[in-house]
Design a protein around this ligand. Structure first.
Ligand code: NAI
Length: 678
């Protein structure tokens, strides 16, 4: 039962009923189509009211049907909208919760629309590399004007219904109601307009033009590296330049083209990767979640301060502990700067900011952490220190409290082992800057209990992070792969590339930032110190002579005014000192510089990620390939429209990847063992 029918005198009420968001499944479309046909033919019915209950009018296409034949089976959404156009009786849409994508297109095809003020409204198809394909690009500009449609559709922006209803000369909503009054108001309106003719159809209106906005949007979207936003603009242009039916036909053609585009496939993969990541073996819907209301953060350095900020912004109570008074003051100042910036940018009201600040307590003594439900440790990266900290935390924290470490390289199991509660210990690996970066690797130790992991995932979600579960290994998912990628970047320098050539090639491919600009930003000294420590411990995988030399020159990166580049502020300039360093290094290792193509640079970097990703899967560190993709999309600036390193390699095909690996294994100064095994 996807559509619940009921009668109220001459009124037919149709309630969409396909939880959770009334996705427009084949069964729902068919039931609605048939109900409309019957209503049109039934002389006892004077008007029709469509609603979706209190939670959602409709969230659009049913994602469970994505890629399945049912998604496009007749009646498809365009056919349903055309059926509404052909109705001889008024149809009223009553919208609560949300009307998105196809859900909004359905509502736009009705004759009247009532809405609850806080309902979310938008056509976000562009986020999946598509355009609204059921008349949305033709009816929406006719409802709100081309200018606003150009702002919302190519960007996939959602707006509150009340804000849209305030627009001058809008025909989107006939009335804004409270949630309680919606159905009654819709029923009253349906009765009142039952005999009104002609029926007001958006298709019969003209859209208010906006020539300057159109030109600007076209220029902006033409510069983007993926086609959907520009296709949205072109389809919207049709709303002012073409008769309605021709505009719809052009929109449909654009939709079909995008549907088969690699970018849309990648974006849909990313969308499903986000949903899949929450499914973790051992965690069920009924696995108990602990309420983690009060969070303690130990260490107020770069990470501790950022983690405390993220928790505060997520509405949690935070106790920030740092023994060093100056470091504590710096940490609190950084936190305050972030909160104030949100206020200045209009993302946070001054009042709410005050409320958040009141949720922060600070102390120089770890005794202040005794009541916390979750304590996140972010002290220096040193096993002996972390173990001593965890012994203390175990003794002072309440018995049910969870203990988490933000370590990026140390073994979480060895840290958990010093406590009496290893089942309540896990890694929460944030990325810098922690208040901004979406990615959170949730590291499951050998002893971590399912309910602890489930609670940590719920915590991550509450503070707005994209959580990916990882097993224990050096670097977890993201950093273990990035190490191999950076190794390749250094091999490329050995062989004749400049840092700028490597960065340019991978940035042109779509990465937000190439490897050398990235490490200059993070600080070359960080990995240098890790290498030194590993050399001492005998755990260094591979010496990186060139990177060591750079650090020996004091070239740590942006913060020291020079790294792989020279810096004026944030601007990276090719460095003569680095060019000389490279030349001397090549002479020393006996390499004749060769010309390396951009295609080779890109493939070696990308496939280094995919090859290490395969190993992580084989070892069980990552649960699924799409989790690895999600790590790279949300934490490393991998272009979303390329889907992630695993998706990208899979799209090339196993044979093509294997052939490329054999080529790279034969490059003199690369690492044949790394590329090998194929
Ligand atoms: P940091 O050096 O900026 O801050 C560490 C802070 O811990 C200092 O303020 C220090 O005074 C404090 N501290 C030291 N011993 C302490 C103790 N016994 N009790 C309480 N506080 C103590 O270091 P950062 O960068 O914040 O790193 C912290 C942890 O986060 C490390 O384990 C690091 O590997 C990890 N991490 C760092 C990332 C980064 O990009 N910086 C990214 C992800 C993880």
């Amino acid at each position: 039962m996807n559509v619940i029918e009921s009668r109220d005198g001459e009124l037919l009420l149709l309630q969409l009923a396909n939880p959770p968001v009334n996705g427009l499944s084949f069964a729902l479309r068919q039931a609605l189509f048939e109900a409309l046909e019957r209503a049109d033919a039934d002389p006892g019915i004077a008007a029709v009211l469509i609603h979706g209950g209190p939670k959602a009018f409709s969230g659009g296409a049913d994602i469970r049907e994505f890629g399945q034949p049912q998604a496009l089976a007749q009646p498809n959404l365009p056919a349903l909208c055309a059926r509404l156009d052909a109705m001889s009786k008024p149809v009223v849409a009553a919208i609560a919760g949300l009307a998105l994508g196809g859900g909004l297109e359905l509502a736009l095809s009705c004759h009247y629309r009532l809405v609850v003020g806080d309902a979310q409204i938008g056509l976000p198809e562009v986020n999946l590399g598509l355009l609204p394909g059921a008349g949305g690009t033709q009816r929406f500009p006719r409802a709100v004007g081309l200018g606003l449609a150009l702002e919302m559709v190519p960007s996939g922006q959602l707006r509150r219904a009340a804000d849209l209803a305030r627009q001058p000369d809008q025909h989107l909503f006939d009335r804004v109601c409270t949630a309680d009054a919606l159905l009654q108001a819709a029923t009253d309106l349906a009765r009142q307009v039952a005999a009104h003719r002609p029926l007001p159809r958006l298709r019969d209106r003209t859209a208010a033009p906006a020539p300057e906005a159109l030109e600007a949007a076209e220029a902006r979207c033409a510069a983007l590296p993926y086609p959907a936003p520009l296709a949205c603009v072109r389809a919207l242009r049709g709303a002012v330049e073409l008769p309605f039916d021709e505009g719809v036909a052009a929109e449909r053609a654009g939709f079909q083209t995008l549907l088969t585009s690699p970018e849309s496939a990648a974006l849909r993969h990313a969308f499903f990767a986000e949903r899949a990541a929450g499914k973790v073996p051992g965690i069920e819907a009924d696995t108990p979640r602990r309420r983690l209301q009060q969070v303690g953060v130990l260490g107020a350095g770069t990470m501790g301060s950022g983690i405390a900020t993220a928790c505060l912004m997520g509405g949690l109570q935070v106790v920030l502990v740092e023994p060093d008074a100056a470091a504590l003051a710096r940490g609190v100042a950084a936190l305050e700067k972030h909160v104030q910036a949100q206020v200045d940018k209009g993302r946070l009201s001054a009042e709410r900011a005050q409320g958040l600040r009141a949720n922060l307590n600070t102390s120089q003594s770890d005794a202040a952490l005794a009541d916390c439900d979750l304590i996140i440790e972010a002290v220096f990266e040193d096993m002996a220190l972390k173990q001593s900290v965890f012994r203390r935390l175990d003794a002072l924290a309440k018995p049910e409290a969870l203990l988490a470490t933000n370590t990026s390289t140390l073994n979480v199991d060895e840290i958990a082992a010093v406590t009496q509660r290893p089942h309540q210990v896990l890694g929460l690996h944030f990325f810098s800057p922690a208040a901004v970066m979406k990615l959170l690797e949730v590291v499951r130790g050998a002893a971590t209990a399912p309910d602890v992991l489930a609670s940590a995932l719920a915590f991550g979600k509450q503070i707005g992070k994209t959580c990916v579960v990882a097993g224990v290994c050096d670097g977890f998912i993201g950093n273990r792969m990035i190490d191999r990628y950076l190794e390749q970047a250094l091999f490329l320098l050995d062989e004749g590339c400049s840092p700028a050539q490597v960065d340019r090639a991978i940035e042109a491919w779509g990465f937000a930032m190439g490897p050398f600009r990235m490490i200059d930003l993070a600080g070359n000294d960080v990995s240098w110190r890790i290498r030194q420590q590993r050399a001492k411990d005998g755990t260094l995988r591979r010496a990186q002579v060139l990177a060591d030399r750079l650090c020996e020159l004091g070239r740590f990166g942006q913060k020291s005014g020079g790294g792989w580049y020279d810096y004026e502020g944030r601007e990276a300039k090719p460095s003569k000192a680095v060019a000389a360093l490279l030349q001397a290094h090549r002479e020393q290792i006996g390499v004749q510089a060769r010309s390396v193509s951009d295609a080779e640079i890109v493939d070696r970097l990308l496939l280094s990620l995919a090859v290490e990703g395969e190993r992580l899967l084989a070892e069980g560190v990552a649960l699924r390939a799409s989790d690895i993709d999600l790590v790279y999309l949300s934490g490393y600036g991998f272009p979303r429209w390329k889907g992630g390193p695993m998706f990208e390699a899979q799209a090339r095909g196993a044979e093509a990847v294997a052939a490329r690996r054999r080529e790279f294994a034969a490059v003199a100064h690369d690492d044949p063992a790394f590329w090998g095994g194929v």
